[in-house]
Every structure is written in structure tokens, then in C-alpha cells.
Design a binder for this molecule. Structure first.
Ligand code: OSB
Ligand code: MG
Length: 369
């Protein structure tokens, strides 16, 4: 099988409800869709880089540049659709993990479709359904937050994560715990704190949280280790874990007790699997984070979360949590018991709705050998 063409598209989709983190508020999602054609099949991958360099240094435009000018030309030269060969070849380019991951995902989807198996089978998945959690942004008022959480709980989500930042942390936990004293609750700061906040962060121990995610900036493993020594609640790292090496260093230093895995952040499924396997061997649980993906990216996440060490509820919610209309048919739904089924069809196992994709497309380019 040789690669015949690669299409890149930039899409924009409006959220059903704005999403606010410690970086700010957004109303829509801009992302790149990658399609790789070979042997009559088409592999799809979503590039999760956001419009602005807030969560990570990548943006939609940097990912477009790196894909169009470096990664895709290298792949069209070899024309080899093997995802592991691509992952190895892409290593010579520094950085840009989200751009790499989107293309690698498309190659895994292509391979799985060519073999007629779901992605989860290629990756060593063992579950047919995954535990669904929901990530709640910062709201205008604490009442709004509590109302929104009540809605998600009545839909059946198993675990609630709330975004926190200085000024919206202890008071948010107090408000949520007053109404929902026993739910599985965790917080995510996206690096909004500094080491001088350690005494303040220790107050979060009072809310029996499942974890505190990424209190300090990505590069700061050392201060996470200091904080973890002073807190009972497990710390989880998201932004700081960019490779198997950084996962090993974080665990050796004691910077966290739980690891969030996102395919985009770590440069692709091959590296994600290495981190998973490393954590499994160390007895450290992982869970699958999200980047507010469309159904195409989220389907891939469902397959990843089917691996055995995904032991905690994931940031994987139903299509209607994010979109009025998802890009896939059928859409992703929450089942009884607060779980989501891992798609059973070949590859990502969901069908893109071309008409909806066309309506959301801002820019498109086809590249050939
Ligand atoms: O830190 O987990 C995060 C969304 C965009 C960027 C970063 C994060 C998030 C989320 C959303 O929390 C999780 C989801 O996709 O449901
Ligand atoms: Mg996070």
C-alpha cells in the first residue's frame, strides 16, 4: 500500500456552551482535519492545536505550517503508510507534537481500516466501554456552575472536573460540595498557580478531591514534587507530561501520582502507548484527557481509553456536551451507568458526515506525491 494523497482542512465549530479555563473563554473550536488516502481507504486524524498558544505553544497555524511544509512532504516522499515508521521519521523534527499526532492518527486509522479492525485492537485495548467524565469550565457565577453540574449528573456522568484559577478555587469547591457532597470531583488549574501559592493550594485537601490537575506551569516538575509532599490529594499532570521520558522523570521525582494522557500533547498514539505501558508497570493509574475534539478526534480517544491502565474516569463526554451537531454519524452518546461504548467498526469506527464537514471548513489543501 502506498500513499496517494493527503488532504488538510481547517474547520471551525461553535460550542453549545462557552468553555472558560484559567487562560480565558472561548466560544468555538478551530482545528485541522488530516486525511490520508491509500489503497482505496482513507485515514482520518484530528490535530488538536488550538487557535491561540495558551494550553501549549502550538496553534492551528503553526500545525498547518509544520504539516504542509515538513511532515506531509516527508511522508509523500516515502509514501509509506506505516504509522510507526512515520513516528520514527517525524522524530527528527523538534517539537510540534500536535501536528505530528494528527498525521500519525490518520495513519493508524488507515491501517486499522485496511486490516478491518477497530483502532482499540491495534493498540491493545481490553475494554468495550469506557467511564465518562465531564470537564466544566469557569462560569459567570457559582450558581451557574452548580446548576450546570446538576445537569451533567442527571445525564449520568460519573465524575465532574471543574476548572480552577486563583479566585475561583476554594469557593468553587465549597459551592459544589455544599450541594453534591459525595460525587467524584476533581479540579484542573492548567498551570495557573505559582510556588508561593502552596499554602493556599493545601486548602484543597479539605474537599476529598479525586485529584488536583496541573497546578503549576508545564516545565515545573520540581515544585509539583514539593506540593505533592505537602498534600494528601493526588496530583495529576497534564501539560507537563510530553513523553515517556517526562512521565518517568515526574514519577521518579514524586511530582504526581496520576497521569493524564492526551495523544496530541505527547506527539501521537505510539508515544501515548509507551506512557501508558510505563505507568502500568509502575502501578500508576492514567486517564484520557480531552481537547474538546470533534467526534473524529474523540472516537480515537475512546479507543485509546480502552487500554487496561485507564483506571479513572476520562474527559470523554457525549457529542451533545460539546456540539449542536457533531461531525459524525451516529453521534457519541452516554449509556446507562455513565459509560460510552468504544466504536466497534474498523479504524476510528465512526462515519464523518461530509456535508457538516464542508459547512465547517475554512480552508482546504490537497497534497500529492
Ligand atoms: O486541560 O484538560 C484540559 C480542553 C482544552 C484544553 C485543555 C483541557 C481541556 C479540557 C476539556 O478540560 C476536556 C474535554 O475534551 O472534554
Ligand atoms: Mg488539563
Amino acid at each position: 500500500m502506498t500513499i496517494e494523497r493527503i488532504d488538510l482542512e481547517i474547520l471551525r465549530l461553535p460550542y453549545v456552551h462557552f468553555f472558560e479555563t484559567s487562560f480565558g473563554r472561548s466560544y468555538d473550536r478551530t482545528f485541522i482535519l488530516v486525511r490520508v488516502q491509500a489503497g482505496g481507504a482513507c485515514g482520518l486524524g484530528e490535530v488538536v492545536a488550538e487557535e491561540a498558544p495558551l494550553y501549549s505553544s502550538e496553534t492551528t497555524q503553526t500545525a498547518w505550517h509544520i504539516l504542509k511544509d515538513f511532515l506531509v512532504p516527508a511522508l509523500l516522499k516515502s509514501r509509506d503508510p506505516d504509522p510507526l515508521a512515520f513516528a520514527a521519521a517525524a522524530r527528527k523534527f523538534r517539537g510540534h507534537p500536535m501536528a505530528k499526532a494528527g498525521l500519525e492518527l490518520a495513519l493508524w486509522d488507515l491501517k486499522a481500516k485496511a486490516e478491518g479492525v477497530p483502532l482499540s485492537v491495534l493498540w491493545g485495548g481490553t475494554k468495550t466501554e469506557i467511564e465518562a467524565g465531564v470537564s466544566c469550565g469557569i462560569e459567570d457565577t457559582l450558581d451557574d456552575l452548580v446548576t450546570r453540574i446538576g445537569g451533567y449528573l442527571s445525564e449520568g456522568y460519573q465524575r465532574i472536573k471543574i476548572k480552577v484559577k486563583p479566585g475561583w478555587d476554594v469557593e468553587a469547591c465549597v459551592a459544589v460540595r455544599r450541594i453534591f457532597p459525595h460525587i467524584a470531583l476533581q479540579v484542573d488549574a492548567n498551570g495557573a498557580y505559582i510556588p508561593a501559592d502552596i499554602p493556599h493550594l493545601k486548602a484543597l485537601d479539605a474537599f476529598h478531591l479525586v485529584m488536583v490537575e496541573q497546578p503549576f506551569p508545564p516545565y515545573d516538575l520540581w515544585d509539583h514534587a514539593k506540593l505533592q509532599k505537602e498534600m494528601k490529594t493526588p496530583l495529576c499532570l497534564d501539560e507537563s507530561i510530553v513523553s515517556e521520558t517526562s512521565a518517568r522523570q515526574a514519577l521518579e521525582m514524586g511530582s504526581c501520582r496520576i497521569v493524564n494522557i492526551k495523544v496530541g500533547r505527547v506527539g501521537g498514539p505510539a508515544e501515548a502507548k509507551k506512557i501508558h505501558d510505563f505507568c502500568l508497570a509502575r502501578g500508576v493509574p492514567v486517564w484520557c484527557g480531552g481537547m474538546l475534539e470533534s467526534g473524529i478526534g474523540r472516537a480515537a480517544n475512546l479507543h485509546l481509553a480502552s487500554l487496561p491502565n485507564f483506571k479513572l474516569p476520562n474527559d470523554l463526554s457525549a457529542s451533545n456536551r460539546y456540539w449542536k451537531e457533531d461531525l459524525i454519524d451516529p453521534e457519541i452518546v452516554l449509556e446507562k451507568g455513565g459509560v460510552i461504548k468504544v466504536p466497534a467498526g474498523p479504524g476510528i469506527g465512526v462515519h464523518p458526515v461530509e456535508e457538516r464537514i464542508r459547512r465547517a471548513t475554512l480552508r482546504k489543501e490537497t497534497l500529492r506525491p
